[in-house]
Design a protein around this ligand. Structure first.
Ligand SMILES: Nc1ncnc2c1ncn2[C@@H]1O[C@H](COP(=O)(O)OP(=O)(O)OP(=O)(O)O)[C@@H](O)[C@H]1O
Ligand SMILES: CC(C)(CO)[C@@H](O)C(=O)NCCC(=O)O
Length: 242
């Protein structure tokens, strides 16, 4: 478990837990009065990590991993999962709200801390680009994430190596070696997609996710480390006031 401060401990006594289960990592925000702390761990290890939290805690969660959702439901007696039907500070305009990733709902709500209209780029396992216009979620684009793209090229070809470190700060010149071609190809695909959306909608970009920091080298954006957890906090405050 990774923490922003102190050592790992039993998290037994607090007012509220916010949980974001992503395909790669699970993030937890512990809130007790004005005290806040974020911790994270691999989603593949959710069972053993979640046992460190008091089952009687109040929990608000989003999860995009079905198995992890079941583990959370079993452990916590008082857990609320955000859905498109939750009382939200935004409107959801999506043809299939029942299939909409609830992390995307949280991102859209977290973005309200910076304005009412924006582009969200969540560069995690997948790269998701979403549009919120005047507090209305309009949908977006789901792309393979940076690491996933690299793993696919490696897995489904005979000659391509696995490229794990993305260290370039320029990818517009052609790549000059196999690893450079892969790195530049994935960055070109990711960054050009985001730039095209920016050009079309001309809204400010909010960038988040495990690869968000890397993309700040190429895209003018506000980088927010834990946008999903911030969004859950916005939703919690909104429903307590309305
Ligand atoms: N410490 C880390 N552990 C795991 N992945 C990391 C780490 N740092 C950067 N990454 C990159 O971040 C990606 C995971 O990002 P993130 O945690 O936002 O994804 P996630 O848990 O799948 O969330 P989402 O489902 O919203 O995409 C990985 O694919 C990897 O490329
Ligand atoms: C796209 C991901 C994987 C991003 O985390 C997640 O939001 C998800 O599983 N979404 C379901 C499909 C949808 O949002 O329409």
């Amino acid at each position: 478990m990774t923490e922003t401060s102190s050592k790992m401990q039993y998290y037994g006594d607090y007012n509220l837990l916010l949980i974001d289960v992503g395909n790669t990592r699970t993030k937890v925000r512990i809130i007790k009065d004005s005290f806040k702390k974020d911790v994270s761990f691999p989603t593949s290890e959710i069972k053993k990590n979640i046992e460190k939290f008091n089952p009687n805690s109040s929990v608000i969660a989003v999860s995009v991993v079905n198995k992890a959702t079941e583990i959370l439901k079993t452990h916590f007696k008082n857990i609320k999962f955000i859905t498109a039907q939750t009382n939200l500070p935004i409107k959801i305009n999506y043809l299939t709200p029942q299939t909409l990733g609830t992390d995307r709902i949280a991102h859209a709500c977290g973005g309200l801390l910076y304005g009412n209209s924006f582009i969200i780029v969540n560069a995690g396992t997948t790269t998701v680009i979403d549009i919120v216009k005047e507090r209305k979620f309009l949908g977006g684009w789901i792309l393979p994430g940076i690491k996933l793209s690299s793993q696919c090229l490696y897995k489904f070809t005979s000659k391509l190596p696995l490229v794990e470190n993305f260290t370039l700060n320029n990818f517009y010149e052609p790549g000059n070696s196999t690893t450079e071609c892969i790195e530049k190809g994935i960055l070109l695909f990711t960054v050009s997609s985001i730039q095209k959306v920016k050009k079309t909608f001309n809204l400010p970009i909010i960038l988040t996710g495990g690869n968000g920091k890397l993309l700040t080298n190429f895209i003018k954006a506000k980088y927010v480390e834990n946008l999903t957890l911030n969004g859950l906090e916005v939703i919690a405050n909104f429903s307590s006031q309305s």
